[in-house]
Structure formats: structure tokens, C-alpha cells
Design a protein around this ligand. Structure first.
Ligand code: MG
Length: 274
């Protein structure tokens, strides 16, 4: 009968094996290990409670439409709420509150049955100031590519067409970086847009070249970074629901100490190690 080989190891070899196993499991640190210390003091990131359901408003969001009322909007007298969704009526609507850098969640549905062609089919739009992220029924419906759903209108088509059929709900999740202007009115930094359409990336930090008009090239003119969010009336009864927004800002730290390294139990500034 065969027996497995039995290797007798000396005690120090066994100790080394145990240490190696502990290191691999991350439960031991060798005495001579290195560690890098950035030396930056960070404020603690605020706690935000996410929604219970995917797509729901997190605790720090401003709810712009929860299916019940249009009180967050100007110009909504001619828009209707039907079955918890707002339906495009006469004239655009705009948020009473302006927003600069923000994260916007908005759900929309193209009219069914689909009527019209190209730009005449389920057209609306989400505007951040004078800059439009196109809303259009682009499900098996052709138009110019920088005018289809998810396009930064007449500037940048979506990377892919992630449309759902008319009547189904589409979701845009947008990260907007507002443009900045100097005191003399010149552009300090352009706007940027990142957008997901039904969870699919369609715009990735796309630089906005300026306004998105039908009849003129992109232009910047000075304005406050905070602008109302506007929803377009293009004559088609597009529906919207579950709209919320949160302003974002990066966390800024303070370089409290020079970057350093620990070697063993000694900490030394990296500059002194050159
Ligand atoms: Mg439009």
C-alpha cells in the first residue's frame, strides 16, 4: 500500500512556513515592512444613507419630482401628472433652485405608440443651463448621431445606444461639472458631463464646448455656475419620473506633514531619503 511521503522539517523551517502563511493571510507584518504616509489630513467624508432601492434618492438629495407634485419647478402649470409621472406639456419647465456641480438622476419614457421620425420622435431634453443632454426616442429610430438620445446636443454622440423601447423607462444618471468664468467674463474652465443611460456609460467626462443650440455653433458666455435644471418641451408627450439631484464637491485635505515612509519602526520624510 502506498503511503504519502512524510517530510520531517526542522523547527525553524516550520516557523518560517507559519510566518509566510500569516503574511499571506495579512495577519502579520514583518518588522522591516515599508509603509508610505501621504501626510495629508483629511476631513471625514460626510455620511450619506443610500436609498433602500437602486435608483432611489439618497439621504442628501434634493427630490425634484417624486410622482406627487411639481412644486420644485417653475412653468409647470401646463404639465400634467399621470400615474405618478409628469408629462411634457406646453413650455419648458425649470427648477426653482439652481445647481452648479451636481449628480442628477432622472427617468424618462418615450411616448407609445411611437409617432414621428428622427428629431420629431419623443424629443425632450435635460438642460444644465444652456447645455442639453438630449432626450429622444432613439429605439430603432435614426437621426443625426450627435442628436440622438444621450448626445450632448450637436457636440458629442453617446458612446453607445442604450435605449429601451417606447413606453419603457429609461434612466439617466449624470455627473455635471459646471463651467467657471473669470471676473472679466472669460472662460476659466469648461463644463464637463459624464452620463450613464440605463447603467451604461454614454458620456465620460466629455468637455462641453459651449451652448447647444440647433441653429448656432457652441458658445460660452459668462453666467453663474449654478443654473436651473430645465426640461424641454419639443412638442412630444415624453414622461418623466423619480428625479433627484445632489450637489457634489470634492474633499480637500491639508498637507500637515511631508510625505514619509516607515521602514521598520522608523518614520522618515521621503525628501530626506533621496
Ligand atoms: Mg431635445
Amino acid at each position: 500500500m502506498n503511503r504519502p511521503n512524510c517530510v520531517v522539517r526542522p523547527p525553524h523551517s516550520i516557523a518560517l512556513l507559519v510566518l509566510t502563511a500569516l503574511l499571506a493571510a495579512g495577519v502579520a507584518r514583518p518588522a522591516a515592512a515599508l509603509e508610505y504616509y501621504p501626510g495629508v489630513e483629511w476631513p471625514e467624508p460626510p455620511v450619506v444613507t443610500p436609498a433602500a432601492e437602486p435608483g432611489g434618492a439618497p439621504s442628501d438629495a434634493v427630490v425634484l419630482f417624486d410622482g406627487k407634485d411639481l412644486s420644485a419647478w417653475n412653468g409647470a402649470e401646463n404639465w400634467k401628472i399621470v400615474d405618478g409621472a409628469m408629462v411634457v406639456g406646453q413650455g419648458e419647465i425649470s427648477t426653482k433652485q439652481p445647481f452648479a456641480d451636481c449628480q442628477l438622476h432622472i427617468e424618462w419614457s418615450a411616448p407609445t405608440p411611437a409617432t414621428g421620425e428622427g428629431q420629431g420622435r419623443g424629443n425632450s431634453g435635460v438642460f444644465f443651463g444652456p447645455y442639453e443632454l438630449q432626450v429622444l426616442d432613439s429605439y430603432k429610430s435614426k437621426t443625426y448621431f450627435d442628436g440622438q438620445a444621450g448626445a450632448l446636443y450637436k457636440q458629442q454622440p453617446p458612446q453607445v445606444n442604450a435605449m429601451r423601447p417606447p413606453g419603457e423607462w429609461n434612466v439617466y444618471d449624470v455627473i455635471w461639472t459646471a463651467p467657471r468664468f473669470r471676473a472679466d467674463g472669460s472662460l476659466e474652465s469648461p463644463a464637463y458631463i459624464t452620463a450613464l443611460h440605463n447603467g451604461v456609460l454614454i458620456q465620460n467626462h466629455t468637455e462641453v464646448k459651449g451652448s447647444t443650440f440647433f441653429h448656432s455653433p457652441p458658445t460660452y458666455w459668462p453666467h453663474d455656475s449654478a443654473q436651473p435644471i430645465r426640461l424641454q418641451d419639443h412638442g412630444n408627450p415624453v414622461r418623466f419620473r423619480n428625479i433627484w439631484i445632489r450637489e457634489w464637491k470634492p474633499i480637500h485635505g491639508k498637507q500637515a506633514k511631508p510625505p514619509a515612509k516607515r521602514i521598520g519602526d522608523k518614520v522618515k520624510p521621503i525628501e530626506e531619503m533621496q
